[in-house]
Design a protein around this ligand. Structure first.
Ligand code: ASP
Length: 337
């Protein structure tokens, strides 16, 4: 489905989804991320890897962490960054996604980092982008958020060292969560022993169990023996219609506080992709407590995005070089008149 994201050697030329990626490819990204975390410890937090390259952040949906950490990642790799403000762009004047992309491409950029409210929109962008330009998915509808999943995997690996044997719970609005979908694919590929999704029936997608997860409608059964507890936000902006009796009832049943966290293993880590809603899905005592790694996730987001940007842009460059070599060879062999 996402074949377009690989070059002929099976490496990422775009980063659209973790679904279908091999364990080796995901592990390589995590290993590259490990290298990039060291850059932040330097006096000058910069590497010249993407010097002279231009990266455009094109966010058609609101973002705080993802956009800023993509920008920081690009700057730490010495790229030039352009943030297009969609609210004041021609999209509000009726320009289509295809035309917006065509115009940005005409500005000779090397990478597009795109967020869009429609599932599949980033794949569409990649299909309409010429060779040499990398497209990175920064979240599309409720489909996929691959860099978030990889920063989550990196955080888990840092704390638990390996995925084998791990039991992970994902709690909350699974139905609308692109993060949950990408996390499930990544966890299953990297070898987690068990992934439990915990939510009221109204917030569970149909046939979610076909992804290889165990479905629970109660925290008591779902959190038992878990090493990792991932909390999700209620995505009210994507809900059309009442899916919950009331927010307070939701919190009573699915919100996590210190007492309910005890249902998981004593050394379980608590994660959340943000933005967190205190008192709605997570109590402050947990969000700010000793088991929370929520802010570490944000920090690791920079290194993961450095790994993704440098990999995709380098592979696109390599493809252009290969193409140039082929053209030169054909010309030398008299193939070009
Ligand atoms: N920040 C994440 C996303 O963009 C999660 C959320 O918004 O709740 O999908």
């Amino acid at each position: 489905m996402h074949e377009i994201q690989y070059d002929e050697l099976g490496q990422y030329r775009h980063f659209l989804s973790v679904e279908g990626s091999s364990e080796a490819l995901l592990t390589k990204l995590l290993d590259d991320t490990e290298q990039f975390t060291a850059v932040a410890e330097r006096r000058v937090k910069k590497l010249p890897l993407l010097n002279g390259k231009t990266i455009v952040n094109l966010f058609f949906e609101p973002s705080t962490r993802t956009r800023t950490t993509f920008e920081l990642a690009a700057k730490r790799l010495s790229a030039d960054v352009l943030n297009v403000n969609i609210a004041t762009s021609s999209t509000s004047k009726g320009e289509t996604l295809r035309d917006t992309i065509a115009n940005i491409i005409a500005m000779q950029c090397d990478c597009l980092v795109v967020r869009h409210s429609t599932s599949g929109a980033i794949h569409y962008v990649a299909e309409h982008t010429p060779a040499g330009i990398a497209v990175v998915n920064a979240g599309d509808g409720s489909h996929s958020h691959p860099t978030q999943a990889m920063l989550d995997m990196f955080t888990i690996r840092r704390h638990k060292q390996q995925f084998t044997g791990l039991k992970v719970a994902i709690v909350g609005d699974i139905l609308h969560s692109r993060v949950a979908r990408s996390q499930i694919h990544a966890l299953k590929t990297l070898g987690a022993a068990q992934v439990n999704v915990i939510a009221p029936l109204t917030l569970l997608p149909k046939s979610i169990e076909t992804l290889g997860v165990e479905v629970h409608t109660s925290l008591t059964s779902g959190l038992k023996d878990c090493d990792v507890v991932i909390m999700l936000r209620l995505q009210k902006e994507r809900m059309n219609g009442a899916l919950l009796a009331s927010e307070s009832e939701y919190y009573q049943q699915y919100g996590i506080d210190q007492a309910r966290l005890k249902l998981a293993k004593p050394d379980a880590i608590v994660m959340h992709p943000g933005p967190i809603n205190r008192g709605l899905e997570i109590a402050s005592e947990v969000a700010d407590g000793p088991q929370s790694v929520i802010l570490e996730q944000v920090t690791y987001g920079i290194a993961v995005r450095m790994a993704v940007l440098s990999t995709t842009i380098a592979n696109q460059q390599q493809q252009l070089n290969n193409l140039a070599t082929k053209i030169a060879e054909t010309a030398n062999n008299g193939g070009l008149a």
